[in-house]
Design a binder for this molecule. Sequence first.
Ligand code: TTJ
Length: 641
Amino acid sequence: MKEEERHYNDSDIQVLEGLEAVRKRPGMYIGSTGEKGLHHLVWEIVDNAVDEALAGFCDDVEVIIDKGNIIEVRDDGRGMPTGINAKTGLSTIETIFTVLHAGGKFGGEGYKVSGGLHGVGASVVNALSEWLEVTVYRDNKIYHQRFADGGKPATSLEVIGECEDNRTGTTVRFKADPTIFQETTVYNYDTLYKRLQEIAFLNKGLGIKLIDLREDEKKDTFLYNGGIIEYVALLNKTKKPIHDDIVYLEGEENGIQLEVACQYNDSYTPAIYSFTNNINTYEGGTHEDGVKMALTRVINNYAKNAKILKENEDSLTGEDCREGLTMIISCKHPDPQFEGQTKTKLGNSEVKKIANDVFAKGLERYLMENPNDARVIIDKCMTASRARMAAKKARELTRRKSDLDVVNFGGKLVDCKEKDPSVCEIFLVEGDSAGGSAIKGRDSMTQAILPLRGKILNVEKARLDKALSNEEIRTIITAFGTGIGGEFDLSKLRYNKIIIMTDADVDGSHIRVLLLTLFYRFFRPIVEEGHVYAAQPPLFCIKHGKNIKYVLDIKERDKYIAMLNEKKTSYEITRMKGLGEMDAEELNETTMDINKRILRKITVDDIIEADAAFSKLMGEEVEPRRKFIEEMALSAKNIDI
Ligand code: TTJ
């Protein structure tokens, strides 16, 4: 036992053992100790302030990122209780910050967030902090307590002053422990922005301020009196809605609240996001199922009654009814059951019927009262249905009859010999000339080459059936082996890495973006599971003596030159040619050889964001597109050297 712990009593020691468990296995409590886990600390504290707001005792929550990556969360609620807790004999505040899972038991009523990893409690944040301070304004007094060194009380709860004008509220300030968060303790403004904005959308009338006091001072305020209606408006801002109104429906039964906002746009992809108690239920669940069922039923009934869908025609499928639909579903439940792999699937069976009823009733009424919108919506679903049937026919053409079936490729794919996908790669190469060099320069065991001629179809503006009539795209689908749309199967992917090899110029980045759009729309799991890469042909070659060094950009070039100058080594720099001008050996050496090349992994960490970005990029407006290409070029990360 450490010297300073000796005079701790029994219950203190139990407490410390609890927090010690958190420090030993932080991943169990916050998922990871990487950037995501670090931000989890903020969510944990913010949830408490938001709960106080949802209970109706405050309207404003403030999150400050202070210099040194200190986080401060403030609310103007009632202030945490300052009395003694009978069970622990400690003050309620000390209990909440030092006893594992105490939060729920001692906190207020109302909709407690408890999904996924949320709701683990303020004590977990305290345990993983270098220090944490809580200040409570209540009864015209200012209470304060400090914890340090992984959650140990450094002072007891004391009154440190009087406060003016019946001010009430709670402020928590903490610094994440860098010995736990070894990867990074730097907060990402955009990450905080996105999530706080989302919380504000999901809770109309709740004001949230985000303030960054580090180098580049920044400030944003989120307050949406329209709630999820404004969320849908934002998501559709980069698209073309096909009707003016955003349909909004709400209902409550047995303390379970449901809100839905939706609007169709002229794209072909649904963007449906569901939440329960402010937590994104990525895996869906009963609230989403209920709403989807109601949507399909109501649309079919309307189409049949209006004689748009004839008696002898097939019903519209759920997919038909969701084409181009942007929708937010928000459920507030007093006792949510989260299931699924990532605990982001709502399991409460009673919600399905409630969601179904609330949505069906509301949508029926909306369609009745707005016959023009109804017509536009039904027409869109009908067109989707016809396109689906056409796509079914076209899709037959992409099926591989066997592993050895090369007929489908029209001779374009030069496959690798190895059949084990875990070691295989496919290069999608811009142009026939670079394609030719790549074929000669590859490792024929594991590297397959697919030269791409001409432009890739922009699938943002095309439905599946049109995409499938495109030769280039059909070849890609067949090569990947996964199928597409409803029959997509990631386990059938024939290559572990899909590597886009394009020139480092505007045309190259355009082709890259078109390919990414294709993958994102039709092969999303391939992107999500990290199978997509961009090859990075070097920009400069530096020769010194017998050594050849390839560098990616000017910055790297100058750094290398500076090093050579220090050693007084003489060198010769050449600017590299485009992919098409490199011979097989050069191409292998610089871009393909697994021991020398640099690949950039393409990731999608925020589906909502990426969806908007792709639309922006591929939509009509030129300026945002140019900007996005630039940003995308900058943000891709270097890995896999
Ligand atoms: C509980 O019921 C009595 C009145 O106070 C209720 C309460 O706990 N309110 C409360 C907690 N307001 N704010 C918090 C809080 C705020 C932050 C930023 C962090 C934490 C852990 C709690």
